[in-house]
Design a protein around this ligand. Sequence first.
Ligand SMILES: [Zn+2]
Ligand SMILES: [Zn+2]
Length: 423
Amino acid sequence: MDLTELHHTLTEKPPDYTRLDGPAALDGLRTVLRLRTVLDHHAVTLVSMLDRLHVADRQGRSLRELLIVAGCAPAVASRLIRVAASLDLAPRLAAHLADGVVSIEHADAVMRGIVHIGTRRREPLDDESRQRYVTDLVAQVFSGATPAEVAARARTLGNLEADDSAAGVPAGEDRSVDRLDVSVTADGRVAIVGDVDAVIGAKLASAVDALSAPRPQPDGSPDARSATRRRAEALEQVLDAAAMAAESGVLQGMPKYQTVMTMSADPATEAVPDGARLGWVGSVTAATARMLSCDGVLTPIVVDDGGVPLHMGRDKRLFPAHLRKALMVRDGGVCIKCGAPGSWAHAHHIKHWVDGGDTSLDNGCLLCPACHDDVHHHGWQVFLGADRHPWLIPPATVDARRRPLPAYNRRTMRLSDTELAAA
Ligand SMILES: [Zn+2]
Ligand SMILES: [Zn+2]
């Protein structure tokens, strides 16, 4: 049968679904899903053909790029290629896909499971045991398992393989299956998905646990951050600490890494308007760009509208060690807002360096990453009082009267002192 004809029939004379009752609609959906699976099988077969005929090679592209250009989403292209490459090894699974009874997502999970089991033993899987595992995993599919549940079953089978083989590494300690994926999501956030062995996991958990304890707010109210947010911010502290240790030469042989941020500026004035871009993540707001360029481990580069660097802000921007020490002394060695240890803190520019603020004791203060975020994004303000100490002004949502608050190390001052010093 001609597929073009089928396409024509479906688009020109679509069935009228509007008059169906519930059970009939569900039946209709089942048929459509089965048809979709059958078509997925056609796609898999055609991808194998494209591969065999070296069509992508001739165009100077990878097969994946070819599929993406043809209209596949990246994840779909990767899945088609994986299934096309592995389906020959499992003829019975291929037949289920062709009949439309096992979806391509499930078939992919089964074949990935087989690859996983193979990695858990010393010798490659022989034909007989491969078919046994395919049968086992397909049985899971028929009993209603999701692709994630198929993957979990494959991990169990992999563990049994590891126990039997001379290699015998328990799953929890097997580095060969470790993975960590960091990918930018459609809304410009970054998804981190990992599956690591017990040793890496224990290091991560203990570092994050130690750094994610709740800290009370300036007024004594409990830390408003959720536990998950505190863990995310603890991870940032671990990364910042590693970058700083590498930068200072404490970690011998550790490559120095810099997260680069570019900001476009008017070449005449070198004033930085919006349009900052962060590393490989992409666009960030001007408020975030300012926060990131306050201090620390990130290299901001100001570029003209052609993307040519105008100057590196680093030398005049960062607080040198002696000034950091002075900040530690003046601010009592803690974040001025919440009292978190100063060794975690960023040195914040009270008047931003982009706006002509200098890097000096009177223009700096210590803020932990969370409080630094509050200052740049959530309406908290910092100013230098007549007493040459930093003061905080809460946003109206926190204190309707926006009364100035002294730095954390000076909160024992009496109210009359407070009014004098903040004047
Ligand atoms: Zn803080
Ligand atoms: Zn700042």
